[in-house]
Design a protein around this ligand. Structure first.
Ligand SMILES: C[S@@+](CC[C@H](N)C(=O)[O-])C[C@H]1O[C@@H](n2cnc3c(N)ncnc32)[C@H](O)[C@@H]1O
Length: 219
């Protein structure tokens, strides 16, 4: 079957390929400066136990590497070959695959946990139910899903960054809106953490931790 790639996927990949080196350098120590994120990721690591976990939209693989350092059996998946090259170079021994979250190739029930750390922000509202259905399928019953995103109502559209021409849409969302979508997709939302913007940030940030409702397995 021939799959036609949506334009938003093509432009997201091209934009991150252009930005990858600058992004990786600029955010090199980002996680080290964020104790709350590290604490929440450490909690996630305990919940998923032995894994396996997939970091969906892993970018340069910093979160993947942090979870790996905590002993999680984790792999990464991303659209951008340039990001994947950085992720592989920085995390020897961790598997990183090129692919789209709109078409996860894994058999149903593969993962104990999925992480979508600021990656659903590039998926338009109308495509979110399909993506969440794919996450639901790929998770084991009672598997955990981590979703992080910027809080807001209006998208941020970027046409240039650090001297590069890009075409990226950052879709901000409300935690209630995301929680309703997760619930409709067969997840129980177990926690919502909303933090205030740090120095150079424009919005609040949210992390939702959801769990696959086992009885929705056959939906
Ligand atoms: C803002 S970056 C976040 C990267 C990483 N998760 C982090 O927290 O540093 C968004 C990432 O999502 C990836 N992404 C966006 N849409 C995707 C899709 N449809 N499938 C896979 N990855 C996607 C982008 O290529 C990019 O690496």
């Amino acid at each position: 079957m021939i799959m036609i790639e949506p334009d938003f996927v093509t432009s997201t990949r091209a934009s991150y390929d252009t930005l990858a080196a600058d992004y990786a350098a600029r955010f090199a120590t980002d996680l080290q400066q964020r104790p709350l994120e590290r604490a929440l990721l450490t909690w996630f690591a305990e919940l998923v136990g032995d894994g396996p976990v997939l970091d969906v939209g892993c970018g340069p693989g910093r979160t993947t590497g942090f979870l790996r350092s905590l002993g999680v059996d984790i792999a990464g998946l991303d659209l951008s070959p340039e990001f994947l090259a950085i992720a592989r170079a920085e995390n020897p021994g961790v598997r990183f695959d090129e692919g789209s979250m709109l078409a996860l190739p894994h058999p149903p029930g593969t993962f104990a946990g999925l992480l979508a750390n600021y990656s659903l922000i590039h998926i338009p509202d109308e495509a979110l139910p399909e993506v969440l259905a794919g996450f639901h399928r790929a998770l084991r019953p009672r598997g955990y899903l981590w979703v992080a995103f910027q809080v807001g109502d209006e998208p941020r559209i970027m046409t240039d960054a650090w001297g590069h021409e890009i075409d990226l849409v950052f879709r901000r969302r409300q935690p209630d809106q995301m929680a309703a979508l997760l619930s409709a997709a067969g997840f129980d939302v177990r926690a919502r953490v909303v933090r205030e913007p740090e120095d150079d940030e424009l919005t609040r940030h949210a992390v939702l931790l959801a769990r696959k409702r086992p009885e929705t397995d056959l939906l």
